[in-house]
Design a binder for this molecule. Structure first.
Ligand SMILES: Nc1ncnc2c1ncn2[C@@H]1O[C@H](COP(=O)(O)OP(=O)(O)OP(=O)(O)O)[C@@H](O)[C@H]1O
Ligand SMILES: [Mg+2]
Length: 319
């Protein structure tokens, strides 16, 4: 569990706090996404958790221990950090980059070598091919994979990831996101991830924290954020299409209803999202679909009216 209690940071010579009375609880094993406009304090918040920046006031606890009592070097070994702009060491090979923290921890060379190969495999880079290369001989996406491998190398329970997918094109980014989410969930890491991209936040986060000018505006599940934005800024930030975005969080299997009349309506898979189902309904002009599982067994049906009911969202009070 990571807990921030009334945390503020005012930089010297700065008129207003970069982070202002910020409270946040991230349960163990969950992914929390920090999102907000440029300059709202996301990186500063992250860097206070691993003590690269000291808060002006407030408390930060990692597993109930105040980080101000922890030795900063030991703390950073427990907290993997993927920095904005990747930050690989250019003169070191990929293997040396990934080995950074295990080496600091004094692991034996054989153990380090095995761990480096294991990590490169994990992020989808063939160790034989990439171990001895330098970062400049890798694509942006490959470098990002190495950044994540390096942060995971000493198996820290907590991962801080600052726009880890910022430097790659949108198609690769979506692929990397789902891959890493899968890996981090499987390894049961507690993750704080920064992004500018609301779709990324909704896809990746168990919880999403929307920040503005150093303050926390809303901390909620993706579903809560889309269906009940707390004010006009959050509503605007999540986008006018939030009803559609919300439909993409729900699968046909979860909400289909028992079939009343058998008809030859189009079929969709149980794993299809309601957004996909809606697109299918619009494309073929039908007003209901049959939902079937991978073996063709009937799960139920979904009507346009039911999807419309599920898409209802609440307007913020001040809108
Ligand atoms: N070392 C520093 N000294 C003075 N001001 C700083 C320092 N670091 C950050 N700031 C200021 O604090 C505010 C928050 O910066 P921060 O880097 O946390 O923003 P961010 O949300 O990560 O933005 P971005 O999305 O652009 O990365 C900004 O106004 C920034 O200019
Ligand atoms: Mg930043």
């Amino acid at each position: 569990m990571i807990r921030l209690q009334g945390v503020s940071k005012t930089f010297p010579d700065s008129p207003r706090p970069a982070v202002d009375h910020f409270d946040l609880d991230v349960p163990t094993g969950k992914t929390c996404v920090l999102i907000g406009p440029s300059g709202c304090g996301k990186t500063t918040t992250m860097r206070m958790i691993n003590r690269l920046i000291e808060p002006t006031s407030g408390r930060i606890l990692v597993d109930s221990e105040p980080v101000t009592h922890a030795d900063p070097v030991g703390l950073r070994r427990r907290i993997g950090y993927v920095i904005q702009q990747i930050g690989l060491f250019p003169h070191m090979t990929i293997a040396e980059n990934v080995a950074t923290v295990p080496k600091l921890l004094g692991w034996k060379p054989e153990r380090i070598r095995a761990r480096v190969d294991e990590m490169l495999d994990l992020v989808g880079l063939d160790p034989g091919q990439y171990r001895a290369r330098h970062p400049r001989h890798l694509s942006g996406g490959q470098r990002q994979r190495v950044g994540v491998a390096r942060a995971l190398a000493a198996d820290p329970p907590v991962m801080l990831m600052d726009e880890p997918f910022g430097a790659v094109d949108p198609i690769i980014r979506t692929k990397l996101q789902s891959e890493f989410l899968f890996i981090l969930r499987r390894l049961r890491k507690t993750v704080i991830l920064v992004t500018h991209d609301i779709d990324e936040a909704i896809r990746m986060g168990d919880l999403v924290a929307v920040m503005r000018e150093g303050r926390l505006l809303q901390y909620d599940t993706p579903e809560g954020l889309l269906s009940r934005p707390t004010d006009a800024f959050v509503a605007d930030f999540v986008g006018a299409d939030r009803a559609l975005k919300r439909l993409s969080l729900i699968t046909a299997r979860e909400v289909c209803e028992p079939v009343t009349v058998h008809s030859d309506t189009p079929t969709v898979a149980g794993s299809a999202t309601l957004r996909d189902v809606l697109a299918a309904l619009l494309a073929c002009g039908a007003d209901s679909v049959q939902v079937r599982d991978g073996n063709g067994a009937m799960l139920g049906e979904l009507t346009l009216a039911a999807i419309r009911r599920l898409a209802v969202t609440v307007e913020p009070q001040d809108a």
